[in-house]
Design a protein around this ligand. Structure first.
Ligand code: SAM
Length: 300
């Protein structure tokens, strides 16, 4: 153990039940919380909980997996939205599937040029929990340019018209429970169909270290649908997701390319909106991948 210089007597005593732990077989992420559970309900789909953590504020978990915390949710939500919107340059209609915490639509609606954002979340309790306990994340649910639908995103996309959206963001949880169907080739093919000619699909694509198998498989699937040259991976540092390294996929149906964007517009937008993570330099840098990630993504 690390030598902290403290004697055993002066070390703080922790009880196990004030630690929230997300684990797989070999690795775990723990956050200490106050012991006060702010929200706990079982929906038709999952166990929805909010904990009051000491370091990261209120935290939403679904079936024991961290979805977002008050203190670092901005990283995920700024990166999943502003990268594609500023790469595309003319997003008018955007669809978000999942994302019931509200953070993704809050960020999209910062862009005045977007005429309508449709949010399709399957679980009304996620929205309720976040409105009550993560109000800054859930701050845009009453926005006049938002259409909120509580229904299954898989069914929605099957019935959606061809070329209906310039941007489709799959803001899913992990590929278990109700979100499993959001990781299939059939689903992504429907997304492709519903994108306009120059449309972009963005997904949260898990951690290349923590969820390596899923990570490799879904990029293969994206490439099969959008074409190998049209799929790009980018990364962000998110402390409360397992391993801290999180990935997003950028798949382009037409010409939109993440590195061909208006850097001045991005810088202006970031400054004017007071963003805390995204800026024109991060936009480029996020696509620089470490060799181990490049190796995972190498076309076999
Ligand atoms: N930021 C989170 C992360 O990466 O851990 C993801 C956001 S979380 C709020 C994902 C949301 O997707 C959940 O609220 C869940 O209810 C929703 N979801 C899961 N399956 C869905 C489906 N088939 N249709 C619509 N929403 C779904």
């Amino acid at each position: 153990a690390r030598d902290t210089g403290q004697s055993i007597e002066t070390l703080p005593t922790f009880t196990r039940d004030v630690w929230f732990t997300e684990r797989d077989e070999n690795i775990a992420l723990s956050l200490k919380h106050t012991g006060k559970q702010l929200y706990k309900k079982q929906s038709d789909y999952q166990r929805v909980e909010v904990f009051e953590t000491l370091a990261y504020g209120n935290m939403l978990t679904l079936d024991g997996m961290v979805m977002c915390t008050q203190k670092d949710e901005y990283v995920y939500h700024e990166m999943i939205t502003h990268v594609p919107v500023l790469s595309h340059g003319n997003v008018r209609r955007a669809l978000v599937i999942g994302g019931g915490d509200g953070g993704t639509v809050r960020e999209l609606l910062r862009h005045e040029s977007i005429e309508e954002v449709v949010l399709v979340e399957i679980d009304a309790l996620v929205i309720e929990a976040c409105k009550l306990h993560l109000p800054e994340t859930a701050s845009a649910f009453d926005h006049p340019r938002l259409k909120l639908l509580v229904e299954d995103g898989i069914k929605y996309i099957q019935q959606c018209a061809d070329e209906a959206f310039d941007l489709i963001i799959v803001d899913s949880a992990d590929p278990v429970g109700p979100g499993e169907g959001l990781f299939t080739a059939e689903f992504y093919s429907q997304v492709y169909r519903c994108l306009t000619g120059n449309g972009i699909m963005i997904t949260q694509s898990e951690s290349p270290r923590f969820n390596t198998k899923v990570f490799v498989e879904i990029y293969d699937t994206y490439r099969g649908i959008f074409g190998a040259n049209n799929v790009h991976c980018y990364l962000a540092a998110i402390p409360t997701y397992p391993t801290g390294t999180w990935s997003f996929s950028f798949s382009s149906k037409g010409q939109a390319h993440p590195k061909q964007f208006d850097a001045e517009a991005a810088a202006r937008f970031s400054r004017e909106q007071g963003l805390r993570y995204y800026n024109e330099e991060i936009h480029i840098a996020a696509f620089a991948l470490p060799n181990y990630v490049k190796d995972l993504l190498a076309v076999k």
